[in-house]
Ligand binder design. Structure first.
Ligand code: SAH
Ligand code: SF4
Length: 444
């Protein structure tokens, strides 16, 4: 069950943000199904069991519904087809019956950009008209898709860019899985060179189109939003992404980044089992309270204890601590030494990702100098903890999340200032932020 299930039609729901719960209008979602204007049901994001239930409700007997659901699940998520007519192991007469009642959706693409360094960025739109982002970052040995979990974010990290956008809502399971599907579409990575797989038989050799040689190898939940404030949908989406008969990505190649929603961290390890990244960003209460305000609710000690207790963390599967480098704010040698002390104190299997701050118009911080970042990195590294500096990617297309959306909206500076003022009045003294970075992610 998702937290959206109990929503009345057109109801108001608070995304469970501790700092600034903001009521947001929701579209009616009943058991994971968002009604469409034409009455058909979008299967994107639904698990086998739910697809079988819907087939049964539409008139198939239980046994047939279960069989068809299994077949459709495979075509949907493993083969990437978007039309029932391409499902060649389903009887020809059955396919129009399905087409009349169901669809296989994708988020709409508003804008797609391609950087000279290979980074690709998409501005996407939900069926009810909300924009969000997705970025693909190719590297020599991997390709990482940065996926969004919410439209906006209820948390207001001061260095993050979401403040120029309004918080709208949690993304549904379909909208989260849909991002991965779209990326595979764009990269032409469905079995047998992409597109619809008409003509393939069910028993054809799957080995020929397994993960080997694919561009998209890793997923990071580091796009817009706080994934642990949309826990159920993120979990259900990642389960489909990890399903051996679905997108079949290993949990070792998926990383979820949280700003520190402590009560959900253990659950994340138990129910999702992916790698954890924690946006630490500061080592003292004062500074972390200022730049990552959720710290006022769940402090550094509590957060690091939750990391020490994270199910599945080990030296082989270390927790990544993200640390954005802000000039004269959190970047001193003393900060670096304190970081080492804290990680040792909690005996954490840790690696540190140093992220050069990605500036945006009106941001209250500057990025640390390269020399400072190097000095900080050296202190951590000499203590035996890996501390790579992430390389900014896609600068020419503003591949920092939040920037494409803002550019597309073409807001003037005056408008942005007005929005800030509104938000600040609404939420207290913090600026809204946004996920702005996609860089090289953890090496597993
Ligand atoms: N809400 C989650 C995940 C999305 S943000 C979280 O906060 O962890 C993904 C990462 O980008 C986080 O580490 C976040 O702190 C970082 N980030 C946000 N804005 C940034 C900026 N302007 N420059 C560099 N990193 C930024
Ligand atoms: Fe939200 Fe941005 Fe803070 Fe992540 S860094 S919790 S997206 S405001």
């Amino acid at each position: 069950m998702t937290d959206t299930n109990s929503m009345p039609a057109g109801g108001i729901m608070a995304i469970p943000g501790q700092i600034d719960p903001v009521p947001v209008p929701r579209t009616a979602v009943v058991d994971g199904v968002t009604p469409r204007a034409d009455g058909r049901i979008d299967l994107m994001g639904l698990p086998r069991k739910r697809i079988a239930e819907l087939f049964e409700q539409a008139g198939l007997d239980a046994k047939a519904a279960k069989l068809r659901a299994k077949q459709v699940f495979h075509w949907l998520y493993h083969r990437g087809v978007t039309r029932f007519e391409a499902m060649t192991d389903i009887a020809k007469t059955m396919r129009p019956w399905l087409e009349d009642r169901f669809v296989i959706g994708r988020p709409d693409i508003v804008e797609a950009q391609h950087s000279t360094d290979g980074t690709r960025k998409w501005l996407l739109r939900t069926a009810d008209g909300h924009d969000f982002e997705m970025v693909f970052i190719p590297d020599a040995d991997r390709g990482t898709l940065c996926v969004s979990s919410q439209v906006g974010c209820t948390l207001n990290c001061r260095f993050c860019h979401t403040g120029t956008m309004r918080l709208v809502r949690n993304l549904t399971v379909g909208e989260i899985v849909g991002q991965v599907m779209l990326a595979r579409d764009a990269l032409g990575e469905w079995p047998k060179a992409g597109g619809n797989m008409a003509g393939l038989d069910e028993d054809e050799d799957e080995g020929s189109y397994s993960a080997d040689g694919r561009l998209l190898t890793n997923i990071v939940m580091m796009g817009m939003g706080e994934p642990l404030y949309n826990f159920d949908n993120v979990r259900d989406a990642l389960k489909i992404v990890m399903d051996g008969d679905g997108l079949a990505l290993s949990k070792r190649r998926i990383t979820l980044s949280t700003s520190g929603v402590v009560p959900k961290m253990a659950l994340c390890g138990e129910e999702i089992g992916v790698n954890l990244a924690v946006s630490l960003h500061a080592v003292t209460k004062d500074v972390r309270d200022e730049i990552v305000p959720i710290n006022k609710k769940y402090g550094i000690e509590e957060l690091l204890q939750a990391c020490a207790d994270y199910p599945g963390a080990s030296n082989a599967r270390r927790i990544t601590f993200e640390y954005v480098m802000l000039k004269d704010k959190n970047d001193s040698d003393a900060d670096a030494r304190e970081l080492v002390r804290l990680l040792r104190h909690y005996n954490l299997p840790a690696k540190v990702n140093l992220i050069p701050f990605n500036p945006w118009p009106g941001a209250p911080y500057e990025c640390s100098t390269p020399e400072r970042i190097r000095a900080f990195s050296n202190i951590v590294f000499e203590a035996g903890i890996s501390a790579p500096v992430r390389t900014p990617r896609g600068r020419d297309i503003d591949a920092a999340c939040g920037q494409l959306k803002t550019a597309a909206e073409k807001k003037s500076r005056a408008e942005l200032e007005r929005l800030y003022a509104e938000k600040e009045a609404e939420l207290g003294s913090y600026r809204l932020g946004c996920p702005v970075t996609f860089l090289r992610t953890n090496r597993h």
